[in-house]
Design a binder for this molecule. Structure first.
Ligand SMILES: Nc1ncnc2c1ncn2[C@@H]1O[C@H](COP(=O)(O)OP(=O)(O)O)[C@@H](O)[C@H]1O
Ligand SMILES: Cc1cn([C@H]2C[C@H](O)[C@@H](COP(=O)(O)O)O2)c(=O)[nH]c1=O
Ligand SMILES: [Zn+2]
Length: 203
């Protein structure tokens, strides 16, 4: 999946895409390969992600897990950093604050390989948190796709469903969940909530 480029020192890799597109699986694949290469690896994740295997593990939707340190801010990564770590992996990066861009960049500047995974757009189809900035400054960006549950095309969008209906525009941006409240859809099948949609109907 990743390119064969070689850089001296450190660099940043971003694995982006919709939910269920395989981002966590890819992050864990890269972590496993770094471990086989006898690199010292440290995995972090947003503390908001407490699905599947609890707070101290990263877990894919298929329940593949790896021990991870939950952080509630990007500065906590530096506080919890293993000074000997050569590879730093961060899952659910969309949940982190804007400081993650500087934190990841400084880790790469100091010779570390930094791998970040996160959804690049929210349920509205709009850019999510620090993901655009992370993708801009990374040496390598992989955009993964799930399968649209409606038509089988490659899915780049996330449909949030509440009570089986598309969530309104003013639904909170952050709502942790999985297949209970989200499904992968392609651009054509994604129902984009519009601002004030409900009010317009009342007028
Ligand atoms: N609509 C879907 N399209 C593709 N994979 C899906 C879909 N729904 C569930 N999956 C499962 O989710 C897995 C990806 O899980 P994961 O790596 O945790 O995704 P992500 O981190 O991108 O949300 C796939 O390997 C597949 O088994
Ligand atoms: C679209 C969207 C998603 N979320 C949440 C839902 C999940 O907890 C994560 C994404 O997890 P995954 O590893 O990519 O499956 O983000 C959200 O809070 N807001 C949204 O708009
Ligand atoms: Zn579709």
């Amino acid at each position: 999946m990743s390119g064969s480029f070689q850089v001296s020192g450190g660099w940043m890799e971003v694995v982006a895409g919709s939910m269920f597109s395989g981002k966590t699986e890819e992050l864990l694949r890269r972590v496993r390969r770094a471990t086989i290469a006898r690199k010292r690896v440290q995995v972090f994740k947003s503390h908001l992600d407490d699905r599947y295997a609890g707070l101290w593990n990263v877990s894919s939707h298929d329940r593949r897990t790896f021990e991870a340190i939950p952080v509630d801010s990007s500065s906590q990564i530096l506080l919890r950093l293993d000074p000997m770590a050569q590879v730093i992996a961060i899952d659910e990066a969309q949940f982190l604050d804007a400081g993650i861009v500087q934190v990841a960049s400084s880790l790469a500047d100091r010779g570390r390989r930094v791998i970040l995974a996160g959804i690049d757009s929210d349920f509205r189809g709009e850019p999510f948190g620090p993901m655009p900035q992370l993708m801009a400054v990374a040496e390598m960006v992989d955009k993964l796709h799930a399968i649209c549950v409606l038509c089988g095309s490659p899915a780049s969008r996330n449909q949030r469903l509440i009570g089986g209906k598309p969530a309104p525009y003013d639904s909170p941006t952050i709502m942790v969940g999985a297949a209970d409240s989200y499904e992968a859809r392609c651009r054509a099948c994604h129902i984009v909530p519009r601002p004030n949609e409900g009010q317009q109907q009342l007028l």
